[in-house]
Design a binder for this molecule. Sequence first.
Ligand code: AMP
Length: 395
Amino acid sequence: MISIEKQNFEQLKAIIRVDFNVPLGANNQVLDSSRIEGAKPTIMKVLNDGGSCILMSHLGRPKKKDKALSFKHIVPEIEKTLNLKVKFVEDAIGDKTKEAAKALRPREVLLLENLRFYPEEIKGDKEFARKLASYADCYINDAFGTAHRAHASTTTIAAFFKKKKFSGLLLYNEVNAIKNVLQKGEKPILAILGGAKISSKITIIENIMDKVDEIIIGGGMAFTFIKALGGSIGDSIVEGDKLNIALSIMEKAKKKRVKIYLPVDSLCSDQFSNTGKKKLFETNKIPKKWQGLDSGPKSIEIFNKAIMSAKTILWNGPVGVFELESFSKGTIAIGNSVAKSTTRGAFSLVGGGDSAAAVRKFNLQNKMSYVSTGGGAMLESLEGKILPGIEALSN
Ligand code: AMP
């Protein structure tokens, strides 16, 4: 995979797959423009070289043309975020698009219509990809968040560019951050896994077991382990059909000498809300009618020690119900520890959905080495899968 960094785009038209799938409000207003911001370095690199950009993305999940999800509504926000003029065609393929692409001058930007208006996009249709490819001299993929999808604009199109296909800066940084942990990570390497369920993390645990030295298992998923080990977990969240898997993970970890940390105490409540009664219990002695919703102070102290001595940290999933203020302390403490360890020289990667959201909520994103932008794509990378969008750039 070749990054755009050392390429020169002078006089070249680059078709760039960006991720402008931004959250929209009731009046089509953009609620969060960080995805547009994320593509800015790549777009500016091409323009500053004297090239031009043809931007394409999906927005929402329309099955066919849907006026509400036209990029037309968000052109002003894109122009504001990128601080430049953007031309827009209400089509992604066809004569209008062909003309607009042909007329594009160096340092100009053209945005195509929502790719999901065309069913060919998610089918990975070759003819659709060929048409998109015909508008440009080279192809750049900067949409890490959709790199796990084999769609026309993320995968099929790359075949039309032989050596003229590159990874954008955002995509390159994401892939590098994962490599920095799983391939080149300095030891001790620590993974912090949390979240509601073990079922969504089994493949990740199995994949990282050969690469990490220690794993903290926190959040809701810890209770399946505690129960499997014979503990009483009261009404805490549990996956009864995964007890054997939890045990076999513990077994494997022992064989591979991977140290597993489980919570030893939990802040519990009689309700899944901020307003119920609260009480601390040892995690394996939670009485009936009580559920563990956050890591307790002793657990946090143990987790903190491991975090402070780690040289490489991967964090995926909150260690408590951080959305409820009363049960957010554990996740905040983990966030602060990871931030502190990072300032002392550890490399920290936060990613895969809710832990990234938690880090942003508690305003710690600038204190981590890297916060991933891709939920599903990051999870599949951690599972050891080769993402089709990335593979297509490498062939
Ligand atoms: P995931 O998407 O698998 O990373 O799960 C994230 C969700 O796990 C968040 O919404 C948390 O509220 C939830 N979670 C974390 N700890 C617990 C817990 N002890 N009980 C129930 N849910 C939890």
